[in-house]
Unconditional design. Structure first.
Lengths: 234, 363
């Protein structure tokens, strides 16, 4: 498993490297001391696991995650910011407190390994989850649970469970990475998750309207209607 | 509710109650007595006797009423219910007093020859009793109003007292909190550094433990109002910087300039330390390339001038540097020196932050 250590303190990186020596299956492909460096290295090295510090010069660990398109598995390493990690709404990631307890590291690696075995991400492949930060809150959002994506300028509003976080990306760019079997562009501004369609009816203006399970209603543009009918075989 | 649970009024207010009670009733009786004797030419012995009898009952009833008010916690009732009860109590107390007044009137003061007979007597008596009852109900209404007003005033005073006691306790607690505390982030990072150094460089690890012990001892044992010499404070800053250097390695470079005449000046404990910590946290630690931290001191015009200068991210705002630590430091200075000391953060130069501290040499 390819891993990367991102921490601004050289002794902390050395210490983690030493702790990871015992795990032959973890290959440390690189180390970074700040967010910019990490961003570049992740793009070229494509690690499957990040050991990520939170407080770093030039940006936090959370900043790094919002910049990444494909977010690998993450284990946060932090001296005292566990509350920041707990701010996560989803229990989808791990954190280790520094100085790191070797037993806790073993556990975290075990979990990372089993998750990794379940998914085999390929670059450019369909995105399964996405890291979203809106204000003080962060989520790892599984895309299959997102009902609706609405473009708001250069941002996307995700309708997911009870939340509607704002994602700092353009809809057109994200569309390329969405599962085409699940997501459908209904009009210029919106993409819906076909799994969440409750009903489709013909509106008074002669256009198709799709009703989603949460009650939201989206209009399907004339251009997309034919495609939609084919897709849904209606 | 039993007696044990009833709040006991303090002795002072017990005394105040009796003074008011006796003065009030006394004045009321006296004014009626003088009016009756001099304006209406009533026989003073008989009239005095009637007033004594009636007003003694009034005093007794009002005292029982007070007991009742406390027993059933009228003060805790919502205002509407309380007013209803007050009016009802006034009417209830008015009844026996009205009857007593009327009958003592008849027995002691009226000329038997003036008495009417039969139906006319009954009618006059009934009307007269009703009038007396209404009269006394009003008196009790006034009494209850005065009593509850007095209670409200007392409650308000004691609330104010509690408030000021609270404010004083808060002030003390604040002072205790204002002292720069060891940043847990720093502590755990330092421990992590030590763990790493144990394998990399055992000798440095030993030094790191010593520096950490010094820093901890200084932080834990110093008192809020304590003053230390600048050189003592510089020692601890040096320990702290050693630890930070181990963490940041070549990103942190330090320059110190403390002339001999400044090193003996007494300054509030942990104050310079706070400035240095701030300089690292909001300045050097935020810069991927790090930078130079400059500490300089000078004595001029009976004032110690301390400067901590550090590079900062160009885009950083004043708000980002105005940490809790800095605000606390300012509050401590104000509490210890008043307006004679000052602490300013200068961000006028691009990408540089300078904290300037001015402390009088004499306390």
């Amino acid at each position: 498993m390819k891993a990367m250590i991102i921490d601004d303190e050289p002794p902390a990186r050395r210490e983690l490297r030493r702790l990871l020596d015992k795990f032959a299956w973890v290959e440390i492909v690189g180390e970074a001391g700040n967010v910019d460096q990490a961003d570049e290295m992740i793009a070229s090295l494509t690690p499957e696991l990040l050991f990520l510090d939170i407080q770093m010069p030039g940006g936090t660990g959370f900043d790094l995650l919002t910049r990444l398109e494909d977010v690998p598995q993450v284990i946060f390493t932090t001296a005292y910011d566990q509350h920041a990690v707990r701010a996560f709404e989803v229990d989808a990631l791990d954190y280790l407190l520094k100085p790191i307890d070797p037993a806790r590291l073993t556990e975290a690696l075990g979990r990372a390994r089993s998750v990794n075995a379940a998914r085999t991400p390929q670059p450019g492949a369909v995105l399964e989850q996405i890291f979203v930060r809106d204000g003080d809150r962060c989520w790892f959002v599984p895309l299959r649970e997102v009902r609706l994506l609405t473009s708001e300028g250069n941002y996307i509003r995700l309708s997911w469970g009870k939340e509607k976080p704002l994602l700092g990306r353009a809809l057109a760019a994200l569309e390329q990475r969405l599962d085409p079997n699940r997501f459908f562009r209904v009009n210029r501004r919106q993409i819906i998750n076909l799994d969440f369609i409750e009903s489709v009816d013909l509106g008074v203006n002669g256009r198709l309207h799709a009703q989603l399970r949460d009650g939201a209603e989206v209009e399907i543009s004339r251009r997309q209607a034919r495609l939609f009918k084919t897709k849904m075989s209606i | 509710m039993n007696d044990a649970e009833r709040p006991i009024a303090p002795l002072k207010s017990q005394l105040a109650y009796w003074v008011f009670q006796l003065t009030g009733w006394g004045a009321y009786s006296l004014s009626r007595f003088l009016g009756g004797v001099f304006l209406m030419n009533l026989p003073w012995v008989r009239f005095g006797l009637q007033l004594l009898l009636v007003d003694a009952l009034g005093l007794g009833l009002s005292h029982l009423l007070r007991d009742y008010v406390w027993r059933y916690q009228w003060r805790a009732l919502p205002i509407r219910k309380r007013i209803l009860r007050i009016v009802a109590a006034a009417i209830v107390c008015g009844i026996p007093l009205g009857i007593l007044t009327q009958f003592t009137d008849v027995a002691l003061l009226q000329d038997p020859t003036e008495l009417l007979e039969g139906a006319a007597l009954r009618f006059q008596l009934a009307a007269s009793i009703a009038l007396q009852m209404a009269n006394w109900s009003v008196v009790f209404l006034i009494w209850l109003t005065l009593y509850f007003t007095a209670l409200a005033v007392r409650e308000h005073r004691s609330a104010q007292l509690r408030q000021s006691e609270l404010a004083r306790a808060l002030h003390l607690a604040e002072l205790r909190l204002l002292k720069s505390q060891l940043n847990p982030h720093f502590l755990f990072n330092a421990l992590n550094t030590v763990r790493s150094l144990i394998a990399d460089n055992p000798a440095r690890a030993q030094n790191a433990v010593t520096h950490l012990a010094n820093t901890l001892r200084y932080t834990l044992s110093s008192r809020q109002d304590e003053l230390v010499t600048l050189s003592q404070e510089m020692d601890i800053v040096a320990d702290y910087l050693e630890l930070e250097s181990m963490r940041c390695e070549d990103r942190l470079r330090i320059e110190k300039q403390v002339p001999a005449d400044a090193s003996g000046v007494r300054i509030p404990v942990m104050l310079l330390q706070t400035l240095v910590e701030n300089a690292i946290k909001h300045g050097i630690a935020e810069l991927p390339a790090g930078g130079v931290l400059r500490i300089s001191a000078a004595v001029k015009d009976d004032m110690l001038n301390l400067e901590v200068e550090n590079p900062r991210p160009a885009a950083s705002t004043h708000a980002a540097h105005e940490s809790v630590g800095l605000r606390n430091a300012r509050d401590r200075l104000r509490l210890l020196f008043g307006a004679r000391a000052s602490l300013d953060l200068d961000l006028s130069r691009p990408a540089v932050a300078t904290a300037r501290l001015r402390i009088p040499l004499q306390l």
